[in-house]
Ligand binder design. Structure first.
Ligand code: GLU
Length: 504
């Protein structure tokens, strides 16, 4: 089996927006597939029609497009193992359900929900299994003829897997090592329901992993309890030789480490738990997303990659290429990973600093637009470049730091910085500086700097802080020459005049 082609799948159920934990699962599958030159399949597990949510599938596809996680096959990507939406594979599953029935490895059960509930109430810890199945209404107790009669009468039924007691089941997990359980603890799981003519998750998942030639099943820890049943199903079908290898990823925990991360933690502490904003089609509720909150996709990828795995060095900033190169499934942690969202913000800041200003400009322009300001992409990029090294985690944090680039300041004699820097004689100094600047033709940073520095040296005047008062109105902003060059000569002189008037 060692030279088997690596084929992994991400197989969400379209029951709502993709949770950030699901994104991490997909990312680990992607890193593993790319590392081994293998394939990544996108399958939609929509056999539970009650839980289907319109729009969820498109949302998931758009999330991965934004994040740069690419699939090789699957829903919307095509491929030779389709269809990749389980609701379009009904006929395939029926063949395999029939195979198990014909071979006596599954049986038909008629127990209604009410009957099952009554049983659960009567018997503590009731489980439908070898000890109880002969007390129930199924093909094993009713016999072939009666079973056929009930079906032809139109009675709804389910198909249950017949779990033989006393078998040892061995699950090998790449992350968790060997897990051994006895088949006795399992119940006779429902594999198929006549009511909607659809299989349940377990059957569809196994049949598809087999038919799609999946070599590794990398998924969240919440699926670990299903693994023994899945092993039994592989055996029952005679596919044990090509059974995928399992790797169950650690849970994402609340920021304080106590319990599983939930949407409520995000709401409470103010961070998104979904990749994109989600508008719930039923309730109309809007949940925030990483994209709309101003995260860069590279930052989200880097942050998620390190929740449950690390490269074993001090390196924290890893590009997708480096992650593909260094990722090691076997070194994923077994214990849950705390969702340190503050670290996620730090990653965003680091990626902002490393991202081209022109790429960041559209986000900043949108922010300006909300303030009723329109500017060119070049000017937006210039401001981002001057200001992004200030303490910001998101482009949206820039507005309060950058308003004066676009709006003439209000002057306030009581402003602390102004009071400290606008003294007697300052007005005269600023008037002199104004005259000097008016005489400069080349208003570039370099030319201004040469002229002003020379003048300052000759006169002993230190004009920079009062000049800042003139152009900004207070003690914030970039280097004065950068700012004046950005504003241009006319606006610079206009602001100096306004300040001289207001602060006289
Ligand atoms: N449909 C399951 C889910 O929603 C897939 C679990 C698996 O990967 O086996 O996560």
């Amino acid at each position: 089996m060692t030279d088997r082609r690596v084929r992994v799948r991400f197989a969400p159920s379209p029951t709502g927006p993709l949770h950030i934990g699901g994104v991490r699962t997909a990312l680990y599958n992607y890193l593993f597939a790319r590392q081994h030159g293998g394939d990544m399949v996108f399958r939609i597990e929509d056999t539970d029609s009650n839980r289907f949510v319109p729009g969820a599938e498109d949302y998931i596809i758009e999330s991965f497009r934004w994040l740069g996680i690419q699939f090789d096959e699957g829903v919307s990507f095509g491929g030779e193992h389709g269809p990749y939406r389980q609701s379009e594979r009904r006929d395939i599953y029926k063949v395999y359900v029939k195979q198990l029935l014909d071979e006596g490895k599954a049986y038909i059960a008629f127990d209604t929900p009410d009957e099952l509930n009554a049983k659960r109430e009567a018997v503590a810890n009731f489980q439908y299994d070898a000890h109880t199945r002969m007390q129930m209404r199924n093909s094993l107790t009713l016999g072939q003829a009666e079973t056929q009669r009930l079906i032809s009468e139109g009675q709804q039924y389910v198909v249950r897997f017949l779990v033989q007691p006393g078998e040892e089941i061995h699950v090998h997990d790449i992350i968790r090592g060997d897990v051994r359980v006895m088949s006795d603890i399992l119940d006779d799981k429902v594999l198929y329901k006549s009511a909607d003519e659809l299989p349940t998750y377990h059957l569809a998942n196994i049949v598809d992993d087999h038919l799609m030639d999946i070599s590794h099943v990398i998924r969240g820890e919440e699926w670990l309890p299903s693994a023994p049943l899945h092993v039994l199903l592989y055996r029952a079908f005679g596919w044990a030789d090509t059974m995928p290898q399992f790797a169950h990823l650690p849970l994402l925990l609340k920021p304080d480490g106590k319990g599983k991360l939930s949407k409520r933690d995000g709401d409470r502490l103010g961070f998104p738990v979904f990749p994109l904003e989600w508008h719930d089609p039923k309730s109309g509720e809007v949940s925030s997303g990483y994209r709309e909150s101003g995260y860069l996709p590279e930052a989200v990828i880097n942050f998620l990659a390190l929740l449950g795995w690390n490269p074993g060095t001090d390196q924290e900033l890893l590009s997708m290429h480096e992650l593909i190169d260094q990722f090691d499934l076997a070194k994923c942690s077994k214990s849950g990973a705390k969702f340190d969202y503050v670290k996620g913000q730090w990653f965003n800041r680091e990626y902002l600093l490393r991202t081209d200003d022109a790429v960041l400009a559209p986000q900043f322009m949108a922010l300006l637009h909300e303030q009723g300001i329109s500017t060119t992409p070049e000017r937006a990029a210039a401001v981002v470049g001057m200001m992004k090294m200030k303490k910001i985690n998101f482009i949206k944090d820039l507005w309060p730091l950058c308003d004066f680039f676009f709006l003439a300041p209000q002057y306030d004699k009581d402003d602390k910085f102004t009071r400290k820097n606008w003294k007697e004689g300052t007005a005269a100094d600023m008037l002199a500086l104004r005259q000097l600047l008016e005489g400069i033709d080349d208003f570039s940073i370099e030319a201004q700097k040469a002229a002003v520095d020379a003048w300052a040296a000759a006169t002993g005047i230190k004009p920079w802080n009062p000049w800042r008062v003139c152009l900004v109105g207070t003690g914030k902003g970039p280097d004065m020459y950068e700012l004046a060059a950005f504003l241009g000569k006319d606006e610079t002189l206009r602001r100096m005049d306004a300040a001289l008037q207001a602060l006289a």
